[in-house]
Design a protein around this ligand. Structure first.
Ligand SMILES: [Zn+2]
Length: 263
């Protein structure tokens, strides 16, 4: 599965290739200092001895969200997902072979293995609480990968992949909605195609995460969850699924945000 995924990744931006390929090649040697520390019903956890105390909380939040996410995607996962918890940001970035990664990069996944920074040491851009959402976010990416396979890497637009992961992880709030809305009043937002073709660093810098989760929230709020599930399975059929052109949907999203009252 890893080789197939690796080939598929060649279509994506250099940064994504770097991140994922380095993880594939270096995961074994750079994660040896993490030991098997806990098992829950659907997950196994690897960590240092200092992080054992927080594994119960990570397991609890993952298990609490597990059934809803797998139900939404209509999947069953027949094995435990590995979760590797790194003691700090530097150790995590070194393990993914990307020591100059920005501070906001605190979690990732390769195939069905989840890697993240310990909520004990969240760094300057995250908190204990936000890392508890990041672990669910990364699990959503894994669940989507189980649902649609390589298509999750080759076909799913970045805004849909990231927007859906954030939506399921509860990473949407009025602060994010406001940041998106105020961006709209300054200039037109990037198009969905621009969001998709940006590198992950550019995506982060253009508020791509905030924009994406509001797109997904808008589509679910206006058209229902069933269409969202269909869209994840068949992102190429967006116009058939919604009965509207992509451009019309984009304009509706912008109109919605310009007119929505946010407290
Ligand atoms: Zn993500």
């Amino acid at each position: 599965m890893k080789t197939k995924l690796r080939l598929a990744l060649l279509n994506l931006s250099t940064i994504v290739i770097l991140v994922f390929l380095f993880i594939s090649q270096s995961a074994g040697q750079n994660t040896d200092f993490l030991t098997l520390s806990k098992e829950s019903r659907h997950f196994t956890f690897y960590s240092t001895s200092e992080d054992i105390d927080i594994l119960d909380s990570l397991a609890a939040i993952l298990e609490k969200n597990y059934a809803r996410i797998t139900d939404h995607l209509g999947i069953q996962i027949d094995k435990r997902i590995q979760v590797k918890v790194f003691p700090n940001i530097n150790a995590f970035h070194a393990a993914i072979g990307y020591s100059n990664a920005p501070e906001w990069m605190v979690g990732t996944c390769i195939d069905d293995e989840l890697m993240m920074v310990s909520p004990r040491n969240p760094g300057s851009m995250h908190t204990y609480e936000s890392l508890m959402q990041v672990v669910v976010h990364e699990f959503v990416h894994i669940a989507v990968y189980y649902a649609i396979g390589d298509k999750a890497v080759t076909r799913l637009p970045k805004w849909l992949s990231e927007g859906y992961a954030q939506y399921e992880a509860g990473q949407i709030n009025d602060h994010i909605r406001k940041s998106v809305k105020s961006g709209f009043s300054e200039k037109d937002p990037p198009s969905w195609s621009q969001l998709d073709s940006a590198s992950y660093i550019e995506f982060g810098n253009m508020n791509g995460y905030g924009l994406s989760v509001t797109i997904v929230e808008f589509l679910i709020g206006s058209y229902g969850f069933e269409k969202m599930s269909l869209l994840i399975r068949e992102p190429e059929n967006i116009e058939t699924i919604f009965g509207l052109s992509k451009e019309t949907l984009e304009n509706q999203w912008i109109w919605h945000f310009k007119h929505e009252k946010i407290k």
